[in-house]
Design a binder for this molecule. Structure first.
Ligand code: NAD
Length: 355
């Protein structure tokens, strides 16, 4: 397994160091892992003059999977747009054709108080949102702001081809098969023709997955149900714009940004795996960051790119054990738990993996 890892900026190198220690343990247990470091984001701008330099492009294309920590920071916000760290992120996603974004929102029972919702509504929450990442109104043409009859008009185009819908639907059905075989497709077919096509194609694809129970929900209702009774959902699949909003809403149900991993996959399940959070410049360099989203992203890499469920589950079990033992970084700290640093949290996960 060839992994390209990109520590990036801010807390990125600190949390990546902990994920690499996890990989070391797995390698010592016989899993063959080759890994090479690349530059992305602000670090790449500083060292190579581009947020996604050619050397990283070569590494990322040749790898079986990419692990990314986080990019960005105030130091680079003054640069012209093509040089900003976020361009590196968009660049690598586009370059690797990562069209499927998988974001789990899991609330560990020990962290039930971190949510803004009542513990009984969210305790045990385990949702996977599958978001289409390279199409929809974010990329559709024509787009722009133009002057028409002396007045400014803004325009974007919501567009999906049946092939784009079919391939993301397949990812979602496959993911549902690895979980509780329930899939909810979210659209707005009552007003948007594009999403009528979405619903039609998802129903067509469902014929190949008779073992998965498919339901449909309009996006406004889905937004409401996510805060009313989120545990009714298992896997949700939706387009780029609805997914952008719903996945942020779902992830915040867990109340702890330092815990949330994500995966972005291409058609062959090659993927980039990264925490949902950013580079947290306010705590960078202080050994305070929560490394668990990064470590859980590593687990997702084994599950989705390497089809190694046992190793993914082993990492996740170690994380659960550490939480159960009462260790917390600052972002998830509460009374009667023990506050630890980023590297101490890494120590604890590694110790559990060794058992
Ligand atoms: P952020 O996610 O970096 O931070 C938001 C808050 O959450 C901060 O208070 C931070 O300290 C805290 N936080 C985030 N991750 C944490 C962790 N692992 N442990 C403990 N606390 C954590 O969002 P922001 O402040 O809006 O953005 C900071 C920079 O990150 C910006 O330059 C932004 O563009 C970039 N960003 C990058 C990504 C990415 O690389 N995928 C995503 C979002 C933002």
């Amino acid at each position: 397994m060839k992994i390209c890892y990109l520590p990036g900026d801010g807390i990125g190198p600190e949390i990546m160091a902990q994920a690499l220690r996890v990989l070391d343990i797995l390698a010592a247990d016989g899993i063959k892992i080759e890994r090479e470091e690349g530059l992305l984001g602000g670090a790449a701008v500083d060292a190579a003059g581009s947020p996604y330099p050619e050397s990283t492009q070569k590494l990322a294309r040749a790898a079986d999977a990419v692990l990314l920590a986080a990019v960005g920071g105030p130091k680079w916000d003054v640069l012209e747009r093509p040089l900003r760290p976020e361009r590196g992120l968009l660049g690598i996603r586009k370059d690797l054709n990562l069209f499927a974004n998988l974001r789990p929102a899991i609330l560990y029972p020990e962290l039930a108080n971190a949510s803004s919702l009542k513990p009984e509504i969210v305790s045990g929450l385990d949702i996977l949102i599958v978001r289409e990442l390279t199409g929809d109104i974010y990329f559709g043409e024509p787009r722009g702001i133009a002057l028409e009859n002396g007045k400014r008009v803004g325009r974007n185009t919501m567009i999906y081809s049946e092939d784009e819908i079919r391939r993301i639907a397949r990812v979602a059905f496959e993911a549902a098969r690895k979980r509780s075989r329930k899939l909810c497709s979210v659209d707005k077919m009552n007003v948007l023709e594009t999403t009528q096509l979405w619903r039609d194609v998802v129903i067509e694809v469902s014929a190949d997955y008779p073992d998965v129970e498919l339901s449909h929900m309009l996006v406004d209702n889905a937004a409401m149900q996510l805060v009313r009774a989120p545990k009714q959902f298992d896997v949700m699949v939706t387009g780029n714009m609805f997914g952008d909003i719903l996945s942020d809403e779902a992830s915040m149900l867990t109340g702890s940004i330092g815990m949330l991993p994500s995966a972005s996959l291409d058609e062959k399940n090659k993927g980039m795996f990264e925490p949902c959070h950013g580079s947290a410049p306010d705590i960078a360099g202080k050994n305070l960051a929560n490394p668990l989203a990064m470590i859980l992203s590593t687990a997702m890499m084994f599950r989705y790119s390497f089809a190694d469920e046992a190793t993914a589950a082993r990492i996740e079990t170690a994380v659960k054990a550490v939480l159960a033992s009462g260790l917390r970084t600052g972002d998830i700290y509460e009374a009667d738990t023990r506050r630890v640093s980023c590297s101490e949290m890494g120590d604890a996960v590694v110790a559990n993996l060794k058992r």
